[in-house]
Design a protein around this ligand. Structure first.
Ligand code: URP
Ligand code: ZN
Ligand code: ZN
Ligand code: ZN
Length: 458
């Protein structure tokens, strides 16, 4: 049955106006004012509402084995929570196990995702051991629609690769038209600072923050950009937090290099003062850590200057009980925090509502740019005829309060507990189906599909 979204303010990265949207099957089939209403059509009155493309969060970790445990959202709970906040597609990171193949890791992730996702998803492949065998697997992985790869420049002993492997990965991925992304922090320096703090008996969450000073991120971001420049490949820096790293991107753009950057909602809105509160700070122990006000200012400016193209989340929740593993030693606190559900509402409220970014910039950084960078555009990331009908209806005036008591993520706290946001995601369509309406999930586990991606088109 067709669905007509009538009379909403429809906003894309390059248009903004009152418009009707006709949806048939999985796609948008007509756009225009006062569209005729075919028989049997369900009409959604969007008067006074804003309609934007379904959000894309290209940085999540669902049910990820990490630091001796698993992140607490499954494909089911994580993608469902994402839908409630207007994010219709997520990209998760498959983590190769050192000493094993890329294929084995991919199959493990497929096993967790297939039949369980509620919303759409795709994968990046994190190569944690680049050698002749894994090198030979890259071409095939790209051909299967997994066109982006990740290098960890930290977490030595589990995920980190060295610079020799990094340059090899860049060269090989370039050959096949893929994109290399990086967790760009200096793992050796961080490990040394962690050891110094532990030796001095400095064991509170605050020392997680103090073990990852800005220089560890700025240095690695610059190194990553320089090596990508040498290899002649595009580069994408995930979860950028600070002015020093952003300046490395700025520097690279001056030589006309394409270094793309993603920040995450928490780095725009939260700061390192949260680490002062004894063990409570464990809720925001993540890597890289939260930074300072001057970094938030730099990142907002970076969004407006086009140096930072994407706002993701690095959604990687752990239950409080899991965080307690680091009660006596910050280095054992599982790194990560929950955010996938509230990325869009927070950015709408604090970014658009507060005048820091325009509504069109909001659409770009929550959806369109990620679709382009990661090879899903124009199927995803925009509102046009033939695109997937992934649509988010926002009531721009409606206020609500974020709380762990009402969110859908499988985690028992929120870093945004008690925050009042203005602007509420009311209705969400995913591939032509109403997925969320008035706070209720309307699609079942298994509705979410794997999205095969093409090569980068940004
Ligand atoms: O703290 C974080 N970010 N946990 C997830 C893994 C990563 O580094 O992205
Ligand atoms: Zn909400
Ligand atoms: Zn990371
Ligand atoms: Zn991450």
């Amino acid at each position: 049955m067709p669905i007509l979204l009538q009379n909403g303010r429809v906003v894309t990265a390059d248009s903004d106006g009152i418009c009707d949207i006709l949806v048939e099957g999985e796609q948008i089939v007509a756009l225009g004012r006062h569209l005729p209403v075919p028989a049997d059509t369900t009409v959604l009155d969007c008067t006074g509402k804003i309609v934007v493309p379904g959000g894309i969060d290209p940085h999540v970790h669902l049910e990820m084995p990490f630091m001796g445990t698993f992140s607490s959202d499954t494909y089911e709970t994580g993608t469902r929570a994402a839908l409630h906040g207007g994010t219709t597609t997520v990209i998760d990171f498959v983590l190769q196990k050192q000493g094993h193949s890329l294929r084995a890791a991919l199959e493990e992730w497929q096993g967790r995702a297939t039949g369980n996702a509620v919303g759409d998803y795709s994968f990046h492949l994190a190569v944690t051991d680049f050698n002749e065998n894994t090198k030979a697997e890259i071409a095939e992985i790209v051909a299967e629609g997994i066109t982006s790869f990740k290098a960890f420049m930290a977490y030595k002993g589990s995920l980190m690769i060295d610079d020799a492997q990094l340059i090899g990965l860049m060269q090989e991925v370039k050959k096949h038209g893929g994109l290399v992304t990086a967790h760009a922090t200096n793992g050796d320096v961080i490990d040394s600072l962690i050891a110094q703090h532990r030796a001095a008996g400095q064991l509170a969450p605050l020392y997680h923050y103090l073990s990852q000073p800005e220089v560890t991120e700025a240095e690695a971001s610059g190194r990553f950009a320089d090596l990508a420049n040498y290899a002649g490949t595009e580069a994408y820096i995930v979860h950028m937090t600070c002015e020093g790293a952003l300046n490395q991107v700025r520097h690279a753009t001056r030589r006309n290099q394409r270094v793309l950057a993603e920040t995450c909602i928490q780095y725009l809105l939260l700061d390192a003062s949260l680490y002062q509160h004894d063990f409570e700070g464990a809720k925001v122990v993540m890597s890289p850590p939260l930074r300072e006000k001057k970094d938030q200012t730099a990142l907002w400016a970076g969004l407006n200057q086009g140096l930072v193209q994407v706002v993701g989340t690095d959604h990687c929740p752990f239950l409080w009980e899991q965080k307690l593993a680091g009660k006596d030693d910050f280095s054992k606190i599982p790194n990560g925090h929950p955010a996938v559900e509230h990325r869009m509402e927070l950015l709408f409220s604090e970014g658009v509502g507060d005048g820091k970014i325009t509504l069109q910039r909001f659409v770009e950084v929550t959806s369109t740019n990620a679709a382009k960078i990661f090879g899903m555009f124009p199927r995803k990331g925009t509102i046009s005829i033939g695109a997937d009908a992934d649509l988010v209806v926002i009531d721009p005036a409606k206020k609500h309060v974020i709380s762990a008591a009402t969110h859908h993520m499988n985690v028992d706290y929120s870093a945004y507990e008690g925050w009042e946001v203005t602007g509420k995601v009311e209705t969400v369509l995913l591939r032509g189906q109403v997925a969320v309406a008035a706070g209720e999930t309307k699609v079942a586990k298994g509705y979410g599909q794997f999205i095969k991606r093409s090569k980068t088109a940004f």
